[in-house]
Every structure is written in structure tokens, then in C-alpha cells.
Design a protein around this ligand. Structure first.
Ligand code: GTP
Ligand code: MG
Length: 198
């Protein structure tokens, strides 16, 4: 059954470890290259256009942003990686806050790793997946911006991406925040995960 999201609100943003939340509620985090569509996906899932700030300029999300959904669980919008227009010190602090978030949390259920369906995964994408595997953190690969491809080309693009990552194509969920493709499936997945954890 597709989970109904009736309420979602912004709670807080963390810039470092001291600001991270771990209050017993389940968390679902969104990671991926800058501009891949993390904030847009959160907005689409909760049915609010402007809850998480989005922009065509990469590097918008700079902190760990918490959104409380149905007063039950969090969607966590993480800063994008691979954003070139910043200095080295900045880049390091972003990487460390992401790493701290991913390893600190007892209630992190699933990390959604977003990849652009039209592009090859970068080394940073592969590093992220390695990191999640190494720390045994459950994750799911989401291929974004599926609306940019003809529907008939989507399975082929997923297969190509899977090959590059060395995983099975079924592990990749194509999705579009623009036209809603794949959104219900993802809501079903999240609902199932929450039920299984009760
Ligand atoms: N066509 C299309 N465009 C999308 C989709 N999702 C996001 N976009 C566009 O991609 C751009 C970046 O989206 P964001 O959601 O801000 O990306 P982000 O991953 O949060 O980026 P950072 O916060 O910089 O890490 C915006 O111009 C969005 O409108 C999608 O499914 N289809
Ligand atoms: Mg963002």
C-alpha cells in the first residue's frame, strides 16, 4: 500500500556533529551529487513544492536538513558532493558532516543514493556506495530525472547504470520528481520499511 504523507515540516539544520538529531524516530537520508535532485525528491514525496529549497545552481543544500513527516519519521536532506565551486576547507567540512551523519545515527533506516539516469556514475558516487557497503548501512539506488528519457529507454538506461556499478539492474529505481514516475513505488517502499521496524 502506498503510504500517505499528510504532514511534513522543516525542523532544523545541523552544521556539525553537535547539531545532529537521533531522537528514536526513523530517518531516511538522501545523498548524491550536487544538483542530482535530492531536495526536489523530498518535495515531491511530501507533496509540497517548496519545503526543501531547490535550485538549478549546484551546491544549494549546505547543511544536514531535517524534515519531520507525519510526526513519525524524518527525511534528511544532505549536502551534495562533487560541487567544485568551493574551497578545500569547505569541501572537507561538508564531507565530514555527511560521514558523521551516516555513521552516528542509530535510527537511520535507508540511505537513498541519487544518480542522474542520463549520466555515468562518477568516482564520488562509487566512493559513496563503497562507504555505505563498508559500514553496512542499508541503501537504495534512485535514478533521477527519468522524465528526460522516453519511457521505452528507461530499462536500458538502468541496465547501463547497473553495469557501471557492478550491481543488478533491479536494484536501481528510476524516478522523476517532475512527472511523478516511480514516486508511489518509493512511498510504498518507505511505508513497508517503517512497518517492518515497528
Ligand atoms: N527534469 C527534471 N528536473 C529535475 C528533477 N529533479 C530535480 N530537477 C531539477 O534539478 C535541479 C536541481 O534540483 P535540486 O533538488 O535542487 O538538487 P539537489 O540534489 O538538492 O542539489 P544540491 O542541494 O545542490 O545538492 C533543479 O533545477 C530541479 O528543478 C526531475 O526529476 N526532473
Ligand atoms: Mg538540495
Amino acid at each position: 500500500m502506498v503510504m500517505k504523507i499528510s504532514q511534513a515540516q522543516y525542523v532544523t539544520s545541523a552544521v556539525d556533529k553537535s547539531g545532529l538529531i537521533d531522537d528514536g524516530r526513523a530517518q531516511f537520508a538522501f545523498v548524491g551529487r550536487s544538483n542530482v535532485g535530492k531536495s526536489s525528491l523530498i518535495n515531491r514525496l511530501v507533496g509540497q513544492k517548496r519545503l526543501a529549497k531547490t535550485s538549478s545552481t549546484p551546491g544549494l543544500t549546505k547543511m544536514v536538513n531535517y524534515f519531520l513527516v507525519n510526526n513519525q519519521f524524518y527525511f534528511v536532506d544532505l549536502p551534495g558532493y562533487g560541487f567544485a565551486k568551493t574551497n578545500h576547507a569547505n569541501k572537507k567540512s561538508w564531507a565530514s558532516v555527511i560521514e558523521q551523519y551516516l555513521t552516528f545515527n542509530q535510527n537511520l533506516r535507508v540511505v537513498f543514493v541519487l544518480l542522474d539516469l542520463r549520466h555515468s556514475p562518477t568516482q564520488l558516487d562509487k566512493d559513496m556506495i563503497e562507504f555505505l557497503l563498508f559500514h553496512a548501512i542499508p541503501f537504495k539506488i534512485i535514478a533521477t530525472k527519468a522524465d528526460k528519457l522516453a519511457k521505452s529507454k528507461i530499462p536500458q538506461a538502468c541496465s547501463a547504470m547497473a553495469k557501471q556499478l557492478g550491481i543488478r539492474p533491479q536494484l536501481i529505481s528510476p524516478l522523476s520528481s517532475e512527472n511523478g514516475y516511480g514516486i508511489d513505488k518509493l512511498l510504498e517502499f518507505i511505508g513497508g520499511n517503517l512497518e517492518a521496524g515497528l
